[in-house]
Every structure is written in structure tokens, then in C-alpha cells.
Design a binder for this molecule. Structure first.
Ligand code: PEP
Ligand code: MN
Length: 367
């Protein structure tokens, strides 16, 4: 249930109503919108008659029931007010949100060694990325495949962070590693395979660190928002949703199907920011630029692009990784589109002089 207050309601009145609700065993959560204050009610509201609440104050404009199974994640809960996830980084705060410029996140699937991660960080930063993403703990289908360098890779990410000032995004797979990961990460990633690891979601929710929640391989949009709800219910409002492609029957020409329609659908359902990962979605670097452009056109708030200095030699996900030059080229190509949609600022623009390639070639790795 939510309470919509009339514009200009005195804060003492909002406090009084909140106090009264706590006596009813309801937890009020206040959202201050541009024009109105909304109070979301958490607890057993099923038996409460909205008129009982309406009678609490003449400053209450409306009392509405949130009918969706996800409550805090629902658009209604904030009365349409978008959530802006503000992430402090050494280079300044970066905001993921629908009224902010596109946030570009780039980096290798796995952190392999110091040289490659620091070099990648420098180059993606110079090309306009705001975050470096690299895996220390890797969820692999095969137990015999490279599992990530673990703790030592976290230290390398910390080095790349101090060398460039980029924010760090890295995945946590196990609650036992959460503290170590959260020490280095500015945003903690929950991978597709862990989207419904509910004990992990609760723990990550309790840290308060911004969370990047990838969509499960075969998760419906509702499953995904229910997982976001776990993090929000644990007291952490800083959730970014990441669409990374859903299972498809075609295993030959594409790894997954990028559900671009998830962007407008989520916009009707939730206030949370949306990231698109065209790298895992397609599985082939040559399709990444087209899908990145489509994502901007469909209204994505952020992009995650896998980039590797030598994709042919990558320890994981080489075929879908852009080369450093491929990423630079992609950023040059995205700029006019980002500007057209009003989602591109100085922050996204290259700080180094990048080569202007004539044809659009991102990488031929693995093709
Ligand atoms: C990754 O981001 O490298 C990754 C393993 O992604 P996903 O969880 O989407 O498969
Ligand atoms: Mn990967």
C-alpha cells in the first residue's frame, strides 16, 4: 500500500502519520518526489481498509494498494519517481538513472593479470567508460574451466582502481566472499546463475553496497523483480537491473536472445535503473555494437561491454569480447546516438585522441 500526500504537506504531519503506522506494526518508507511525498507501507496491510488510513490526516491525498507481488520494486511504490543509484568513485560520483547520462561499464570477463587489467582500465577510461568490470570469481558451466583468480584478482582490481580512478564492478558468487568483494567493489554484481540465490541476495542487501542484478538465464521479468525485491527488502535501495540475454534454442549463431523489450516493459513496472549487457546476450563480438546501439535507442540507462586486450587468448568469453581498439571505435559510434537521445555528456566522451577507423570493425576474435 502507498500513501500519497498532498503537495506541501508539513513534515511534522508526515512524521505523525508514520509514527501512527508503526503502532500498527507497519513500516513506513518515505519517498520525496519532485512534487509530492509518498509513504510506502511495508507489513501486513491486507486487512487494512484504505479508508482507515485516509482518516489519519486531511493531508493524505490518496491511499493505493500495490497489487503486484513485488512491492518495493514496483513503480507504484515510488509513485513513478525513478530510483537514481549514485555510486561514489575516485573520479567522482556516477549516477545510474533514467534522467542521467548513459553509464558505460567495460572490462574483461576475468581479471587475468596486473598488466592486462591496468592496461584495459586505462584504455576504457580514455575511451569514456566510467566503470571497470572484471571477474575475480567466475561462475563457469564446467568445473574444469577457469574459475577466476579469486582474492588475488580483487587486489589487481584495487590497483586498477587507484591507477585510473574508475569505479569497480565485480561479481560475488558466495556469501563467504562478500566482505572481501565489497571492500574492493563499488558495485557488487550478482550473476545470472545466482539471481535466485536468496541467501546471497539477502546478504548483499544487508551491505548497502550498490548491486548489479543480472537476469537469470531463464528468468521471467517477474522472477527477476522478485529477486530485486529481496535486496530492497533487506534495506538496500541501490539496485541496478541488468538484462544479459535469455536462453534461446539457437546455440549456433547467438549465445542468448537479447530481450530488448525488457527495457520498455521494466519501465512500466519498476523505478529501478536498467543496464544492458550485449556481450553475454549475443556471445559474438561482431554483434555487440548493433545491440549496444539498439539498447540506447530503447532507453537503457547503462551498458556493460566485455573488452579484452587479446580476445583470442582470453581465459573466458573471448569470442564476445571487443578488442581495446574495438571498444574505442564503439564509443565513437555510440556518441552521436547517445547525444541524439540526450544520454551522452562529457563524461562519456573520450579523453584521449582515438583513431577514427573507416569501417566498423570491432573484433574478429573467435569468428
Ligand atoms: C559475466 O558477467 O561475466 C557473467 C558471467 O555474466 P552472466 O552472469 O550474465 O552469465
Ligand atoms: Mn563473461
Amino acid at each position: 500500500m502507498i500513501i500519497v500526500m498532498k503537495p506541501g504537506s508539513p513534515s511534522t504531519e508526515i512524521e505523525r502519520i508514520s509514527k501512527e503506522l508503526r503502532n500498527w506494526d507497519i513500516t513506513p518508507e518515505k519517498t520525496e518526489g519532485t512534487h509530492k511525498v509518498v509513504i510506502g507501507l511495508i507489513g501486513d496491510t491486507a486487512e487494512i481498509d484504505p479508508r482507515q488510513i485516509q482518516n489519519l490526516s486531511p493531508f493524505i491525498e490518496q491511499v493505493l494498494r500495490v497489487k503486484k507481488p513485488f512491492k518495493r520494486a514496483s513503480k507504484e511504490f515510488r509513485y513513478g519517481e525513478p530510483t537514481d543509484v549514485v555510486v561514489p568513485t575516485p573520479n567522482g560520483a556516477v549516477t545510474f538513472g533514467q534522467n542521467y547520462p548513459l553509464v558505460v561499464v567495460a572490462g574483461p570477463c576475468s581479471v587475468e593479470n596486473e598488466e592486462m587489467i591496468v592496461e584495459t582500465a586505462r584504455r576504457v577510461k580514455a575511451a569514456g567508460a566510467q566503470f571497470l568490470r572484471g571477474g575475480a570469481y567466475k561462475p563457469r558451466t564446467s568445473p574444469y574451466a577457469f574459475q577466476g583468480h579469486g582474492e588475488s584478482a580483487l587486489l589487481l582490481l584495487a590497483k586498477a582502481r587507484s591507477a585510473t580512478g574508475l569505479g569497480i564492478i565485480t561479481e560475488v558468487m558466495d556469501t563467504a566472499d562478500l566482505e572481501k568483494v565489497a571492500e574492493v567493489a563499488d558495485v557488487v554484481q550478482i550473476g545470472a546463475r545466482n539471481m535466485q540465490n536468496f541467501s546471497l541476495l539477502k546478504k548483499v542487501g544487508a551491505t548497502g553496497k550498490p548491486v548489479l542484478l543480472k537476469r537469470g538465464l531463464s528468468a521471467t521479468i517477474e522472477d527477476w523483480l522478485m529477486s530485486a525485491e529481496y535486496i530492497l527488502a533487506a534495506g538496500n535501495p541501490n539496485v541496478i537491473l541488468c538484462e544479459r540475454g535469455i536462453r534461446t534454442f539457437d546455440r549456433q549463431y547467438t549465445r542468448n536472445t537479447l530481450d530488448i523489450s525488457a527495457i520498455p516493459v521494466l519501465r512500466t513496472l519498476t523505478h529501478l535503473p536498467i543496464m544492458i549487457d550485449p556481450s553475454h546476450a549475443t556471445g559474438f563480438s561482431e554483434y555487440v555494437p548493433t545491440m549496444a546501439m539498439a539498447s540506447i535507442a530503447a532507453g537503457a540507462d547503462s551498458l556493460m561491454i566485455e573488452v579484452h586486450p587479446n580476445p583470442a587468448k582470453a581465459l573466458s568469453d573471448g569470442p564476445q569480447s571487443l578488442t581495446l581498439e574495438g571498444f574505442e571505435q564503439l564509443m565513437l559510434e555510440l556518441a552521436p546516438l547517445g547525444k541524439f537521445f540526450g544520454r551522452w555528456t562529457q563524461n562519456n566522451s573520450a579523453t584521449a585522441t582515438l583513431p577514427k577507423f573507416a569501417p566498423r570493425i570491432s573484433s574478429t576474435a573467435g569468428v
